[in-house]
Every structure is written in structure tokens, then in C-alpha cells.
Ligand binder design. Sequence first.
Ligand code: UDP
Ligand code: MG
Length: 329
Amino acid sequence: MALISLVFPIFNEEAVLPVLIARLEALLPTLELNGDQIEVLFINDGSRDGSLGQLRELVQTRSWVRVLSFSRNFGHQVAVTAGMHHARGAAVVLLDADLQDPPELLPEMIRLWRDEGWEVVYGKRRSREGETAFKLLTAAIFYKTLQRLTSVAIPENTGDFRLMDRKVVDALNTMGEQHRFLRGMAAWVGFKQHALEYDRPARAAGETKYPFRKMFKLAMDAITGFSYAPLKLSRDLGIFIALAAIAYGVVQAARYAIAPNSFEPGWTSIIVVLSLLSGVQLVTLGLIGEYIGRIYDEVKGRPLYLLSEKLGFRDEDPSQSQSTNSRPS
Ligand code: UDP
Ligand code: MG
């Protein structure tokens, strides 16, 4: 008999929460039949709708529910991290609250973990229903780029939907980095990993909480967190342009030597070269800036998140419930 922790980040999910609870309650008997005990952690990531109110009520009526509430929106990856910090299970499962990661796959995930000894079982999307063409296209470009740039093999068509053994969670909990790309970190830690294929359904209710701005931030965190390639890109681009400039100079000098009179003053070329070079310089400076900004964030060493409420942690030291800090020591 084992305790399994389910971690759900919640950002303005009032529409989906009742559906989610119904689906979980339908599933509980099956899991308990196998002798497993379930705890569910909801991390309220600064919701501005009725989510927190609903969660407060859930804690009152269901002993398996625990709630962490952030002081503001810290983002999906940080919410999941907080869940992993507070989960007590022998295995921890990360799921989206919108039921795009079907909880009905849990018995199979648990079986693969317990009976076959896999330490990570991650969901791999065979199909994706109800996603916009734009989302699918940007995701495809992102994963291809990432695969080129990084040395860590981050599996394609996966999200954060995964079951992890306690060992893996403990390993991830030692990684205190500020800009978190959990899929990459979960690949980086290694361990015995298994892909479980599934058809990803559309969101059960409500709208996406991942606008382009948040997706872009995640992509930048992924690339800068796992690759120096952009820095090398600036170097290579610089070398290439310098060589091209020298070659151009040689050619022009030769043309002048052969036929000086036919040589027309090249204002256009000057302007082209100048603007090209300043453009390249600005881009490369920007790339370096991305890294420096992240170094600055790490150096500040701020907590990843702040809790304003901790509900349902009945069996713990009450002084714990006042804790606002987060970094595991
Ligand atoms: N989420 C969060 N904080 C955010 C954005 C999203 O905790 O700032 C949660 C959200 O409530 C959901 C999960 O992250 O449980 C995935 O979000 P969503 O389903 O909107 O993303 P999508 O499936 O559209 O990529
Ligand atoms: Mg979703």
C-alpha cells in the first residue's frame, strides 16, 4: 500500500473544478481497491475567480484534499514545483486541472511504476484534440529547435503530465533554479523513464490559461536553461560576418585595381553593411542580455513563491502553516 500524491496547478479554474472533482471521486474506489491511498494537492496560483473559495470548501468536506495558495500568480511551472515540495507520496503525479491529462490513466501509470519498476512514467500525446493550429505549429517548431540546441534529450509531444517516483521528486526538489522548465529538468535527472501514449482530449471547461506571452517565456526558459547555443550563435554569426566583410573588401579592392574608372561610389553597400552589422550586434547583445538577466535572478536567490494560505495539512506542526518561504534547504 502506497501513498500517491496528485498535483494540480489551479489558475482561474472555477469552471473546471467541479468536473475535475467528480472525475477524481469516480476514480478513487478503483485506486483504493488496489490498496493505494491518494492525496490531492491543489496549488492556487493567484486565481482571481471563485477557485480559491471552491478549494476552501473542498478541504472542509474531503480529507484527501490539501490546498496551497500563492500570494499572487507565480506561473504554472512554479505552482507544480510547490506541489512537489509539499507532496508526501511514494509517487507524485503532475496533472493539468483542465482534464487534458486524463486521471483515468492513473491506474496504468501506477502499475507501470510499481510492477514494472519504471521511475518516471510520462504521458506522450498520440493525438491532440481541440488545440488551435497556431498552438500545434508553435509547439512543433519549439520542440524541433530545442532538440537541435540542447544536449539533454527532451521527449517530443510531452507535457508535464508524469508520474515520478519519490527518488525523482527528491532529486528535482534539490534543483532550486528560478527559471524552470520542468520537462527539461525531468529529462536531465535521468532515472528509468517510460512513455505512456494517450490521446489528449480538449480542455473540459473554461479557456486556456497559457496565452502566447506565457508560452514564449516558457520557450525562452527552456532554451536558455538547457543550452548555450544562442551564445555560440552570436559568436558564429560574428565570425561569418567578419569573414564576409574581409572577402568583400578584397573583391572591391581588386575591382578598383583592374578598372578604377568604372568604379561607382557605393553608398548603398555602405548603408546595407552598416545596418546589417548593427542589427546583428543588437540581436547578439539581446541574447547575452537574456542570460545575464537570468544570472541576476539566480544571484538574488529569492524564494520561488510565497504562500498566503495552507489548508488541509491537519497532521502537521501548526507553526508550519505560517511558513511563507519555500526553498527546500
Ligand atoms: N496554470 C497555472 N498558472 C498559470 C497558467 C496556468 O497554474 O499562470 C495552470 C492551469 O490552471 C492548468 C495548467 O496550468 O491547470 C495548464 O494550463 P492550461 O490548460 O490553460 O494550458 P494549455 O493546456 O492551454 O497549454
Ligand atoms: Mg490545458
